[in-house]
Ligand binder design. Structure first.
Ligand SMILES: [Zn+2]
Length: 211
């Protein structure tokens, strides 16, 4: 089986969470303009596209993105598919037969089947219900990935899913495209940029099915 890219392209016009700065790649030097090389400057938020939330994103004494353990960012992950639902609930996760001892959980939703193809930020994305976040913590899962820019319902009165997960030290990967995955075990690699003291960082995330 081949490695599958689960990250979304960083490009002008990509989906950006409201209030976040839009991605831009600004040309500094171009060979086509007589320069010796091509060189650019980037403008992007720490939570642009596929990215990782470390605990410090919502918890003041939590660890930062450069302190996340590599052994958690790389390893076996279990993929579940929760389709035709506006939110991922504890019941839907309980029905997904997540094996005992699962450390990394990737949740494929309807987001992976269309939301990324639309133009601009999509506020009606499928989110993780706060009680599903509690379920994840109680299961002992230590990393959870979801397939749109936030795990939290858009305009939720309180960021309960984030607080529950990050408060328990569960690492959150957001902005994945999980369309190509099927339920079951995968090898998973997700490496956020080593931004010192960062509240988040864009990441390349890949997976390969375990036969
Ligand atoms: Zn984030």
């Amino acid at each position: 089986m081949e490695w599958i890219d689960l990250s979304v392209p960083l490009k002008t016009g990509m989906h950006t969470y409201p209030g976040d700065i839009p991605f831009e790649m600004k040309p500094l030097l171009r060979i086509a303009h007589g320069k010796v090389c091509n060189l650019s400057a980037l403008q992007l938020g720490t939570h642009a596209g596929t990215h990782v939330d470390p605990p410090w994103h919502f918890v003041e004494d939590g660890i930062r993105v450069d302190e996340l353990p590599l052994d958690l960012l790389i390893g076996k992950a279990y993929v579940v598919s929760v389709r035709s639902a506006p939110a991922v609930t504890a019941d839907s996760l309980a029905a997904a037969d997540v094996p005992e001892g699962t450390e990394r959980l990737l949740i494929q939703t309807d987001n992976s089947f269309g939301v990324w193809d639309k133009t601009g930020f999509q506020p009606d994305f499928v989110y993780l219900a706060p009680e599903a976040a509690e379920w994840i913590v109680q299961k002992g899962i230590r990393l959870v990935g979801i397939d749109y820019l936030s795990i939290e319902q858009f305009r939720a009165p309180q960021p309960l899913a984030h607080r529950t997960l990050l408060g328990a030290g569960v690492i959150v990967v957001e902005g994945l495209n999980l369309r190509a995955l099927e339920p079951g075990w995968v090898r998973f690699i997700c490496l956020p940029l080593r931004i010192e003291g960062g509240d988040g960082a864009p990441a390349r995330a890949v997976a390969r099915r375990i036969e």
